[in-house]
Design a protein around this ligand. Sequence first.
Ligand SMILES: Nc1ncnc2c1ncn2[C@@H]1O[C@H](COP(=O)(O)OP(=O)(O)O)[C@@H](O)[C@H]1O
Ligand SMILES: [Mg+2]
Length: 373
Amino acid sequence: MRSSDQAAQGPQNVARWTWLLAGVVVVSALHYVTPPAHFVLHAIYQRLYYVPVILAAYWFGVRGGLVAAIVCSIAYAPHIHTAWSHNPPYTVSQYAELIVFLSLGLSVGLIASHERRVTNRHRETAESLERANRELRESGEQLRRAERLSALGEVAAGLAHEIRNPLAGMKGALEIVSSRAAVGTPEAEFCAIATRELHRLEGLVQEFLDYARPRPPRLRPADLPEVIRRVVSLLGPQADGAGVALAVEGEDASQGLRIDPEQIEQVLVNIVLNAVQASPRGGRVTLRHRRQGGRYLIEVADQGPGIPPDARARIFEPFFTTKDRGTGLGLAISQRIIAAHQGEIRIPPRKGGGTTVEILLPLPSTAALQSQP
Ligand SMILES: Nc1ncnc2c1ncn2[C@@H]1O[C@H](COP(=O)(O)OP(=O)(O)O)[C@@H](O)[C@H]1O
Ligand SMILES: [Mg+2]
């Protein structure tokens, strides 16, 4: 049963038991106030007890039916004793009536429980069919999207490959020209701009190639804090330029972690860079890392605007970007690398702004560690 159903059931059950109790009280009151001489009325009242017993059994199963039968018996028995003790055969038949209450509670309860089980089974089957149907539809959509993207990735990779050689040529030529430009002249400044843009193009081309031609990770024991230090020193100048502070918190408990350090560095560079780009001037990006259960958790938290709900579903899609100069490949590449590490990357929704990206990497079990040479 779903929890919302369960929450709604509580008050409903209280109301039902109240009605049942009220019914028993009314029927009993009728017995006690009607003089025994009204024989026919008593014969009717006594059968009115069937109503709460049947209803209780129908609503609450065997246990409810038996409880109601016992309550009715307790309410009715003193009346049998006081009103009919002068007529022993009739008294016996009335006590036998109490057995009818119990049998009624038991049998209706059994039927109701059985019916409920069958209905629940049908509902579960219908729900699981609906779930399977939905999953099938979603995976079909995912497949179509993956096909589209892989075709796009192939074209991008082909182009990137073609662009790499002329880029190298331009870089060489630019180095010669800039070595001849006198310091402080406009020519030297143009050369600096061109060099910066060339670096950017090189980075883009590399990102496209990384996306389209991923290599499997070479997993080995590695010093994760050292990887994090490298990321911080690599991005330090960029963070300084944006007025963002980079902080690292975490004890080194990553022994046993097997990763591809270059790939994890690439992932962290992507994620920390996103965090820096999203941060306001004067903001802070914090990298935390620690053991969490059987996994190692690395968190990157920023104080930026957070990810809008409509973008949230798409940020891991390749080529999805909200930036003028973004490629939309950083998170797609990161997710693929982490998946190849058998890990998980997730961005839990955060109230009150800011984004926290969580990377979870598997740690070998203690038994596996001890058997390692
Ligand atoms: N820390 C963050 N805060 C807010 N938005 C983010 C953050 N990280 C990623 N995003 C969103 O996810 C999109 C995709 O990121 P990414 O794949 O790295 O591509 P890119 O950085 O080239 O846009 C970004 O354009 C941005 O909209
Ligand atoms: Mg990015």
